[in-house]
Design a protein around this ligand. Structure first.
Ligand code: ZN
Length: 288
């Protein structure tokens, strides 16, 4: 099951069509895409079996109308330096505890967006994003996946100047400019991922396309290389923070960011960034 936000309404996505959840369920489930996570298990029980592309009430998907699949999460938690090769390229030690910051919710945007650069040192970070379903406190690692609704793609776009302001750094501010948290295109249920992929080992990467159409691979990693796995992150975070339905967790980025290169490279106006993860599709930002 893939759940998206089509022009402000919760929909199931097929390959080329979308089905309005509230209309097709005759009001059993809400139209608000934020609220579907409150009854995710029930939604999955209804929606996993639906063949959206053949459903009589489905409409052709207009991708331009897709918004952030989780538009108003109560919390956005983000883990820094969660891949050893990225910690190394950043010149920082592999962390003993998950390094956690937030991307403020006003930085969220949909999968395909035009993003205004905040400065000359703005970087890319392809990330797998966990969407919490049942949530809770003190979640044991072995139960963590049961509290997850699904996965989606995110970009943790980062202004490296602002990020390193001050002696204790400013990760949350430097990563929260308008449009710096693109997500989507859909939240893919764990069951749907399991049907075709290993949920703990997904290929993740991004590439740039310049104004002349030239493509370049920027990041190409695997989520099995996370230092703190998704069950460990959920276990460790929920020991402190109550995880609630519809919360987002950005899980860190593999090697290949611009600030880790010699010389450094950053996003420039006119560049398009495409981020892909196995089974989740792709998101695309154009920078101005
Ligand atoms: Zn990040």
């Amino acid at each position: 099951m893939r759940v998206a936000n089509l022009d402000g309404r919760a929909v199931l996505l097929g390959d080329a069509r979308a089905l309005d959840i509230a209309a097709a369920s005759v009001g059993r489930f809400p139209a608000d895409p934020q609220l579907v996570y409150d009854s995710w298990a029930e939604l999955a029980g209804w929606g996993e079996a639906i063949d959206v592309d053949r459903h009589p009430r489905a409409v052709d998907l207009d991708r331009a109308l897709l918004g952030a699949p989780v538009p108003r999460p109560g919390q956005i938690l983000a883990v820094g330096l969660n891949y050893a090769d990225h910690a190394e390229e950043s010149g920082l030690a592999v962390p003993e505890h998950p390094l956690v910051f937030t991307k403020f919710a006003s930085s969220l945007t949909g999968p395909d967006a035009v993003v205004r650069l905040s400065g000359a040192r703005v970087d890319w970070e392809a990330e797998l994003v966990v969407v919490i379903g049942a949530g809770g406190r003190d979640i044991p690692p072995e139960e963590a996946w049961d509290r997850v609704a699904g996965l989606t793609i995110g970009q943790d776009i980062s202004d490296r100047d602002v990020q390193w302001w001050g002696s204790s750094s400013q990760f949350s501010l430097g990563k929260s400019f308008e449009g710096y948290a693109p997500t989507g295109p859909a939240v893919v249920s764990v069951a749907e991922i399991d049907a075709a992929y290993d949920r703990d080992d997904l290929r993740i990467g991004c590439r740039s396309i310049d104004a002349a159409g030239r493509e370049r691979v920027l990041q190409d990693g695997r989520t099995r290389d996370m230092i703190f796995t998704i069950p460990t992150i959920i276990h460790r975070l929920s020991a402190i923070v109550e995880l609630r339905p519809g919360d987002l967790i950005f899980t860190g980025t593999p090697a290949g960011v611009g600030s880790g290169r010699t010389p450094e490279e950053f996003l420039t106006p006119g560049l398009t960034l495409v981020t892909e993860i196995d089974g989740l599709g792709s998101i695309r930002q154009e920078f101005v």
